[in-house]
Ligand binder design. Structure first.
Ligand SMILES: [Zn+2]
Length: 87
């Protein structure tokens, strides 16, 4: 019931990399274009975009811990659980 398309999983993993400021512009564009056709991913991307300006600012800004934590929780939820990559 919670199975995700591979494209979603990849997108969520890219967003996760984004949170670590490890996402390059090309991957970021793929996240954006996937989100155009996928509501759950779009919701996550749109939250980040509002707060931070997703691709525009990729790798440039310091993410507030609160934003980062909330986004990670959403990613975990969308991926259907799994092990958080503890700090
Ligand atoms: Zn998706």
């Amino acid at each position: 019931m919670t199975s995700r398309l591979p494209a979603c999983r990849e997108t969520l993993e890219n967003i996760s990399a984004y949170l670590d400021q490890e996402l390059d512009a090309t991957a970021c564009e793929r996240v954006e274009s996937h989100a155009l056709g996928c509501e759950p991913c779009a919701a996550l991307v749109s939250g980040l975009r509002t707060t931070l300006g997703l691709c525009r600012r990729a790798g440039e800004m310091d993410l507030p811990d609160e934003v980062r934590r909330r986004a990670r929780a959403s990613i975990q939820r969308l991926l259907g659980g799994g092990t958080p990559a503890g700090d």
